[in-house]
Design a protein around this ligand. Structure first.
Ligand code: MOS
Length: 731
């Protein structure tokens, strides 16, 4: 157990970053590089009758224009869980149109400009069909998740008879809430440089899942996975959008093979909205029952979430809301609504953020129904036992987060009555609180560790740096275990040539890396001990031992499996299949928690909503990289401000697709929207791992939106149960 906090050192890649050294996938320079652009469908559902590529082909500089008539031999990437694509769909395999914005042609040209111009000249005629663009469309299909292929992987969380307990409860809250579709917008667009060296395909692409891209491409192109290498050392933001094979990657590879030259395909922002994954819209029905003293007796959380017609993107909303408090009875239910869109996918805290919005809004309503302080109600229902499995949490400091946050924020000065607090400029002031939770997950890994006699250490393993601080975490853990400076560690990740790659997602990066590196470092010390005359390594550094033994370097390779993972996990990993990452513990349940306290100001005339300050206290176990952890929480709070007050992907039911498909019309928070974000970590090691680490990245966003919505209620007396909250809702 690590009983000393990690020091606050600079990012491992800080110098590289400020020097502009990291090369992102699509920026890889290649001699003779050609440029590709996509033409996309202008209807949301139907079939291409005829496609006219003559004008596009005649554009100066154009090398080739590929349509479904050329690429019908492409295969499907496989179904979502255990597959490689975020959707089991490959554009240009057939003339069928499943969503507006689906690629219908790839144009390859000498320049980006020629490819873009020619793509706009591709003309298709369609047989259009009736479609259901949104979860509110008349006649849209709704299915129980349990009856879909996803039902075998996911069970509904249930404890006791929640319906009976709710019916008997003296105080009830029974509300419906709504969250919109949203699109993550990483600064690095989804983009590919594909190049063939003989029969081997080399792909440079920003991805959170190099192995998944490798195996997905192999399947779609019908070639052995050993003939595909994926290189992704730095990613310009992922947020779940880049956690599997993208729709453009096989197109770039196929175009490159035909052109006999490397091809670069950058998907423009608008096409990213139309073809990449997104957060599904969801509706939530929450019922809470309590007694007059504020003891929770029952909770029911039913979710209807958007999926596509071509696939089922599963929901696990209640798996998190069930863990917020110690209710004696709980029931969760998930239904999927099949819209004619691209398949939604994982977007930062994909289920946990909407689940916390629903449950923590209901908790605030319950506090007012009982006449109890919202912090006191939450503290009164804190628990050390998971209400679903009755197992203990691996660690849980939710109550401490609430108490410390309340103190830091000055919560005791709050007057409970809505519209009772004003700022100096006359704005209505609202103070709101909410709790967030996110599951602790881990994946297996294969680590190759090399110690050199010059004092340097190299680590090659499966992980990806999306800016979140993966490299810094790896260097910090290795540095501590090997008694060297983190700066002496060279980190090689995101490269299928260097090591088997695991997807970096689900906030499992730090815990998984720490587990793997600690085991690898132990193996390294054992191997080093064999090089010493006395077997003693204490007080010696790896380089001292190597020099004394006249060795230049020493290599160890370690396979590390978290508890509860299947025995064949490394076989699955080698075949590119993601094993379920959690929950993986037999005797406990692991979740991270965070408490957010928010102040909003609502201007009396214009009703603009501002968030001048947020206090967030996180329970994520031991913090390995304080600097990048702080950034994660600040980023999560900014995402929460966006979710509460700005972001929604809009659909016109007449046309389908997503309309506000650029950063001018898809509103995200800017600096003027963001005030002071004050972050504290409990920094108590979790007992499960030597490192004491739990998940952090995504829990940061969980609970921000309901804290803001609850603060808006406190400021205005308006209870708003649909996100985002905009000026017109508080007029
Ligand atoms: Mo993230 S939504 O877990 O890739």
């Amino acid at each position: 157990m690590t009983d000393v906090p990690f020091p606050n050192v600079p990012r491992e890649d800080a110098r590289q970053k400020v020097c502009g050294a990291p090369i992102f996938g699509a920026d890889s320079p290649r001699p003779g590089l050609l440029h590709a652009a996509l033409a996309v469908s202008t209807i949301p559902k139907g079939r291409i009758l005829d496609i006219d590529t003559l004008a596009a082909s005649a554009t100066p500089g154009v090398r080739q224009v590929l349509t479904h008539q050329d690429l019908a031999d492409l295969q499907l990437p496989g179904f979502l869980l255990g597959g490689y694509g975020f959707q089991n769909f490959q554009p240009l395999r057939s003339p069928d149109i499943a969503y507006r914005g689906q690629p219908i042609a790839v144009v390859v040209a000498d320049t980006f400009e020629a490819a873009t111009e020619a793509a706009a000249l591709v003309r298709a005629t369609y047989a259009a069909e009736a479609f259901c663009p949104t979860i509110d469309s008349p006649g849209v299909d709704i299915v129980d998740q349990a009856d879909t292929p996803m039902g075998q992987f996911l069970t509904e969380p249930v404890a006791a008879d929640a319906d009976a307990a709710f019916a008997a409860a003296p105080i009830k809250v029974d509300i419906e809430l709504k969250c919109p579709a949203q699109h993550q917008n990483p600064i690095e667009l989804i983009a590919t440089v594909a190049e063939w060296e003989g029969d081997t395909l080399i792909v440079h692409e920003g991805t959170q899942n190099a192995e998944g891209v490798r195996h997905g491409l192999a399947r779609v192109l019908g070639i052995p996975a050993g003939q595909v290498e994926v290189i992704s050392p730095f990613v310009g933001g992922g947020f779940g959008q880049k956690n599997s094979l993208q729709m453009q990657t096989a197109l770039a590879a196929a175009a490159s093979r035909r052109a006999g030259a490397p091809v670069k395909l950058v998907v423009p922002r608008t096409q990213l909205f139309q073809g990449a994954s997104f957060r599904p819209a969801s509706r939530h029905h929450v019922r809470l029952g309590a007694d007059v003293s504020g003891t929770l007796l029952a909770a029911i959380h039913e979710t209807d979430a958007q999926s596509s017609r071509i696939d089922f993107f599963p929901g696990e909303y209640a798996a998190t809301s069930a863990r917020l408090y110690g209710w004696s009875a709980f029931r969760g239910l998930h239904r999927l609504i099949r819209t004619d869109t691209q398949t939604p996918g994982f977007m930062r805290a994909p289920f946990e953020h909407p689940a916390c919005f629903a449950m923590e809004t209901a908790m605030d309503e319950l506090a007012y129904a009982i006449g109890m302080d919202p912090v006191d109600l939450r503290l009164a229902n804190d628990t050390i036992l998971d209400p679903i499995t009755k197992r203990p949490f691996s660690s849980r400091h939710a109550g401490t987060c609430l108490r410390r946050g309340a103190e830091r924020f000055g919560w005791q000065a709050r007057s409970a009555e809505p519209r009772s607090m004003r700022s100096a400029d006359g704005s209505f002031v609202g103070w709101g609180v909410a709790l967030g939770a996110y599951p602790g997950m881990m994946v297996s890994n294969v680590v190759r560790l090399t110690a050199n006699s010059d004092g340097g250490v190299e680590i090659a393993m499966g992980a990806h740096e999306m800016g979140q601080g993966m490299r810094s975490v790896i260097a910090a853990v290795a540095g501590r275990k090997l008694r060297i400076s983190p700066g002496a560690v060279t980190v090689v990740i995101g490269d299928t040539r260097a090591a088997l790659q695991q997807p970096t997602a689900g906030s499992w990066g730090s815990a998984s890396a720490a587990l793997a590196i600690e085991a690898a470092a132990d193996a390294m010390w054992k191997a080093l001990a064999k090089l010493t005359p006395d077997g003693v390594v204490e007080g010696r550094s790896p380089s001292e031992i190597l020099k004394a033994a006249a060795r230049d370097s020493l290599d160890v390779e370690t396979m590390v499996k978290p508890p509860g993972q299947p025995d064949d996990v490394f076989g699955l990993l080698r075949s590119g299949l993601v094993s379920r990452a959690g929950p993986v513990f037999d005797d406990c349940v692991s979740f991270s928690f965070i408490a957010h306290f928010v102040e909003v100001h609502v201007e009396p005339r214009l009703r603009r909503i501002r968030v001048p300050r947020v206090v967030s206290v996180a329970d994520c176990g031991r913090v390995i990289s304080p600097r990048t952890a702080l950034s994660q929480v600040r980023g999560g709070v900014v995402w929460g401000i966006g979710a509460a007050l700005r972001e929604a992907s809009e659909t016109d039911p007449r046309y389908g697709g997503f309309l506000n498909a650029d950063l001018a019309e898809y509103a995200i928070p800017v600096n003027a929207d963001i005030g002071r974000i004050d972050v504290e970590f409990i920094d108590e090691p979790d007992g499960l791992l030597e490192s004491g680490v739990k998940s952090l990245g995504e829990v940061s966003l969980c609970g921000v939106a309901p804290a803001i919505a609850n603060a808006v209620f406190h400021a205005t007396g308006r209870r708003l149960r649909e996100l985002p909250i905009r000026i017109e809702h508080v007029m």
